[in-house]
Design a protein around this ligand. Sequence first.
Ligand code: PXP
Length: 246
Amino acid sequence: MLKLGVNVDHVATLRQARYKGREDIGEPDPVSAALLCEKAGAQGITVHLREDRRHIQDRDVYALREKVQTRLNLEMANVPEVIQFVLKVKPDIVCIVPERHFEVTTEGGLDALGQEKNLAGTVERLLEAGIEVSLFISANPHQIEAAARLKSPYIELYTEDFVKAVGTPGEEKELQRLIAGAKLAHQLGLKVNAGHGINYANVQKIYRVPHLDELNIGHSIISRAMTTGIEEAVRQMLKLMESYSL
Ligand code: PXP
């Protein structure tokens, strides 16, 4: 069964727009949102603790660690301060992502090949602490091979290039890249997640990609929640995901 991890960063973004420094009284609350996602059937909750703390705060992660019953996936950059924090909080899984300070959202995959030396120690420390590891990379064979050498149990394939190509002549080529990437990762013993830019209209186009374990979806679910409520938004996505069978 294809699992859904809901990224609730955007709930915190809305809270920070009015309650920066007063998060204790601020709404909407990403922790309450996460619990409703779980109630609606989501199999995991994802948050990105950015170095600049622009949305999710340390206190959110502590509260999520305490309350999330499914699986807490923490996205982070490979930087010492966040690694220290993560080793204390112990999410179930960490997804290492590239972080550029002026980006609005994560732009592109991690350079696991170029950063292999830096990543090796981090992956090892996290695994030793009992935290699973995923690397957010594009479907490039060199990056996938680097992830396998790093002994990361999971990769998360960056789907934004495909999503942007949907409806253009490049759609099939981008889809084939994801398919080839997922096959290679599977052959190398990696578990395969995918995410970024997935919405209700494009999610089923990804179903030709084999070996997918989990999709991480944020913006589209939180946006739909504005009109349907978050539980219904999650249920609608889960319904679409039922037909994945590869
Ligand atoms: N996966 C990763 C690694 C991400 O950084 C993000 C964005 O925070 C997502 C998935 C979710 O992307 P979206 O909000 O476009 O669904």
